[in-house]
Design a protein around this ligand. Structure first.
Ligand code: FMN
Length: 187
């Protein structure tokens, strides 16, 4: 099979769940954001919006609200996470990028997912740790959702679809979860 830098980055990328407290540089942040906006989008609409959150207090509030929202979900795994006081949905990452998209976009959830994956891959390619964190959505969908959206500057008519925790890796993750077999057929 062929191999190159892109393929190596795709395979090496892992969800990182332990971060150093040091903030990433402005250049690193711009690099990953630019990768996000170079994602494909349906009809080339590019109806996404990226919110960079580096305010520690706000991240902690989102963490608490997300867990409160998650606690109301009828799922054993999510309940366990929500009730764990020590658990931080951002794993101590100093930067979180919230990805939102215009609700009436042609295929906005897919566009935002493509941008999210580009951010994850760009982060890995420059040695940053990153984790796709959808638990944030429990905070934004809760009672304080509108308040958060305003504070975060999510444009009117936009909905948040994902977030990415970013920072320097405290622990390298080398083993990829086993890939499921028999997921390809040829016609
Ligand atoms: C839509 C989506 C939502 C996710 N949400 C979370 C999350 O809230 N918290 C988390 O720790 N990981 C989250 N993940 C990461 C997955 O758990 C992870 O990608 C999966 O376990 C495979 O591990 P890998 O990323 O190292 O390949 C999410 C991934 C996706 C695609």
């Amino acid at each position: 099979m062929a191999t190159n830098e892109v393929l190596t980055t795709i395979k090496k990328r892992r969800s990182i769940r332990s971060f150093k407290a040091d903030q990433i540089t402005a250049e690193e942040l711009q690099t990953v954001l630019e990768a996000g906006i170079y994602a494909p989008s349906a009809g080339n609409q590019q109806l996404w919006h990226f919110t960079v959150i580096q305010d520690k207090q706000l991240l902690e509030r989102l963490n608490v609200s997300a867990k409160a929202g998650a606690a109301r979900i009828d799922d054993e795994h999510i309940q366990k996470i929500a009730k764990n006081e020590k658990f931080n949905i951002y794993y101590g990452a100093p930067t979180v990028v919230l990805i939102s998209g215009k609700e009436d976009g042609m295929a906005i959830e897919a566009d935002c997912a493509a941008a999210t994956q580009n951010i994850l891959l760009a982060a890995e390619s420059i040695g940053l740790g990153a984790c796709w964190v959808n638990l944030t959505l429990f905070a934004l969908g809760g009672e304080q959702g509108e308040q958060y959206k305003q504070q975060l500057g999510v444009p009117a008519g936009y909905k948040s679809f994902s977030s990415v925790a970013l920072g320097y890796k405290k622990i390298e993750v080398v083993n990829a979860p086993t890939r499921k077999e028999n997921v390809i057929n040829y016609v």
